[in-house]
Design a protein around this ligand. Structure first.
Ligand code: SAM
Ligand code: DTB
Ligand code: SF4
Length: 333
């Protein structure tokens, strides 16, 4: 019988900033995979113990998303409804006006959200694109909400402008295992993503970075992605764990749904590997039962996207979410 030798941890690039080349990695891929391989009850128990050391186990933070610039994106991310390369029914739209964005933010605040995240379907913003976004950040911040944007890759000076406008968080996901990245996305590399994350960190903006599971990666691949996040010089303050929303027309449209217990395992491993980060239940929550979501909270998730829509796809409705949090006796922060 022939077996493929496992990839040695040393062959998988673990990202740390070049300014800190000697720092030991916090988590090897093998160590994270050992977590993912644990019996589920042991894994959840351990994650909950870690969670209780750093957070109120009955509290959840809520962020609301708004697509401020939808569709027509130049990139070929194989999961994305907004790439201009795929026929998904999502049409290219103009950027929303400042008034429209502020109104949506006001509604999100009224519904109970504490953070407002504005997304644009760009490879990255041109400097002229950034100006209206800076106004949005200023005005949303003035409502008393935390601000987050996800605009793609940043160039020199852009992170600093966002910081000056009052941006609290920048979302930029590393999306998948390093070894799978090139199969899902060819128009930019994972190293490009890390370059932007470094720019965000250096500008003093909180980092929000996670990824998607259910794109055909192995457990080892999920472990590698979590290790990459945990081994950043400073791990992201916020780690969204998305489950693939298989969008008709994209190359990943026929991907089978991931076992919800694998989702729970991924949340637990992220919690253990990044004890002080917020771990966010992100895309794919509509496909999870209330019971599976409760297991995710038990496994250390303490944040969620809140609002009837993500960017272009649906999210559980607000009334249902409030009912669920009420039934679980969870408070919001
Ligand atoms: N264009 C920017 C970028 O790529 O960073 C911002 C918007 S992009 C839609 C933000 C993130 O949403 C992606 O990096 C990916 O992790 C997630 N995402 C997009 N489509 C998804 C899908 N169908 N299922 C799950 N997550 C998805
Ligand atoms: C993240 O990790 N997930 C959000 C947010 N960051 C920008 C986006 C999910 C998008 C799901 C597919 C859609 O609605 O288009
Ligand atoms: Fe979608 Fe962002 Fe990729 Fe563009 S860069 S295709 S918006 S995930």
């Amino acid at each position: 019988m022939t077996t493929t030798p496992p990839v040695a941890a040393s062959e998988i690039k673990i990202h740390r900033k070049s300014t800190e080349p000697q720092a030991p990695q916090r988590w090897s891929v093998e160590e994270v995979q050992a977590l993912l391989d644990m019996p589920l009850m042991d894994l959840i128990f351990r994650a909950q113990q870690v969670h209780r050391e750093h957070f109120d186990p009955n509290a959840v933070q809520r962020s609301t998303l708004l697509s401020i610039k939808t569709g027509g994106c130049s990139e070929d991310c194989g999961y994305c409804s907004q790439s201009k390369r795929y026929q998904t029914g999502v049409e290219k739209e103009e950027m929303l006006s400042l008034d429209e964005v502020v109104e949506k933010a006001r509604q999100a605040k009224e519904a109970g959200s504490s953070r407002f995240c504005m997304g644009a379907a760009w490879r990255g913003p041109k400097d002229k694109d950034l100006e209206p976004v800076l106004d949005m950040v200023r005005e949303v911040k003035a409502l008393g909400l935390e601000t987050c944007v996800t605009l793609g890759m940043l160039r020199d000076g852009q992170a600093e402008k966002l910081k000056a406008a009052g941006l609290d968080y920048y979302n930029h996901n590393i999306d998948t295992a390093p070894e799978l990245y090139g199969e899902i996305i060819t128009t930019h590399s994972q190293a490009d993503r890390f370059d932007t994350l470094d720019r965000v960190r250096d500008a003093g903006i909180n980092v929000c970075s996670g990824g998607i599971i259910g794109m055909g990666e192995s457990r080892r691949g999920r472990a590698a992605m979590i290790a990459q996040l945990a081994n950043m010089e400073t791990p992201p303050e916020s780690v969204p764990i998305n489950s693939l929303v298989a969008v008709e027309g994209t190359p990943l449209a026929d991907m089978p749904r991931i076992d919800p217990f694998e989702f729970v395992r991924t949340i637990a491993a992220a919690r253990i590997a990044m004890p002080t980060s917020y771990v966010r239940l992100s895309a794919g929550r509509r496909e999870l039962t209330d019971e599976a979501q409760a297991l995710c909270f038990l496994a250390g998730a303490n944040s969620m996207f809140y609002g009837d829509k993500l960017l272009t796809t649906g999210n559980p409705d607000v009334d249902g979410d409030n009912a669920l949090l009420g039934r679980l006796g969870m408070k919001t922060v």
